[in-house]
Design a protein around this ligand. Sequence first.
Ligand code: ADP
Ligand code: MG
Length: 331
Amino acid sequence: MAIIETKDLTKVFGKLIAVDHVSFAVEEGEIFGFLGPNGAGKTTTINMLTTLMNPTEGSAKVAGFDIVKDANKVRSLIGLVPQDLTVDEDLTGMENMMLQAMLYHVPKDVAKKRIEEVLRLVELEDAANRKVETYSGGMRKRLELAEGLIHYPKILFLDEPTLGLDVQTRTVIWDYIKKLKEERGMTIFMTTHYMEEADALCNRIAIIDYGKIRALGKPKELKDGIGGDVIELALFDNSKDFSEAIAKMPYVIDVKRKSETYKIKVAKGEEALPNIIEGILKMNLKVSTVSLIKPTLDQVYLEYTGRSLRENEGNREEVMRMMRNIRRARQ
Ligand SMILES: Nc1ncnc2c1ncn2[C@@H]1O[C@H](COP(=O)(O)OP(=O)(O)O)[C@@H](O)[C@H]1O
Ligand SMILES: [Mg+2]
């Protein structure tokens, strides 16, 4: 069953169409990712779905409720962990959580137990009484995650949950996100511009660029969709070019020989590989090295947007945010 459903969802800022007639459905219990570069329209989409901003055109339902007409109902069922830092540095983790509980009208007697529980979930119980200014970047993000969970939301929105964190800390956050889905059956809508993150976490991904969805599917489907795996193979006998013979083998789409390596484009890599090796042995040749290379989401992204996602990293927005945080920390 679709728990989020949008129809031609659109947001216009002046002359800029930030989100352009976007239609998609998120199934209950899945992790759904919006993958795209900065300025693609990810945060704007989250802002509309979480009722912080009204659409210019189109509509969306979240847990069965209209984001404009039933905004209050929607708000009570969702949790949001925004892109920017939201915790108060001068307060302890516990105090931040108590504020959040008050904001969401969690009754006092329930709040204490819940705070303990969600802090335990993100393993911050030992740091709960320390001021947030002593926390690492990863600990702050975990506290923000805990804040988003205080009212037991049905759906959690995560806007770039690991932006600016180092790779190791990032994988720790991934584990918490997976736990929420697996142990609590929570539906998660997240945005990211990290390919590995979308690949590691999301059941399905929409690639968004210039406000439009360019591709949507399971990571594997998207990868398969761009046409085939590549087998890289070298032979002991380099006296001749065997490309033509290899090209005639089953599953083979295309063969290129570059120096002494054959790059063989194939359908269904796992099935093709043993067949090709067998074919080569039958020709009385010996394989010296072989590897199967699967397409990456990077390639998928390039295919659908015509540019590499990597070009967008280390951008101005991220630098500005870091500057803001540094300034805030110094005050
Ligand atoms: N409040 C706003 N006013 C004007 N333009 C905005 C506003 N918010 C976002 N934009 C613009 O809309 C586009 C999409 O922004 P955003 O949704 O934040 O992208 P993302 O989260 O994918 O980086 C960008 O070009 C951005 O500059
Ligand atoms: Mg954003």
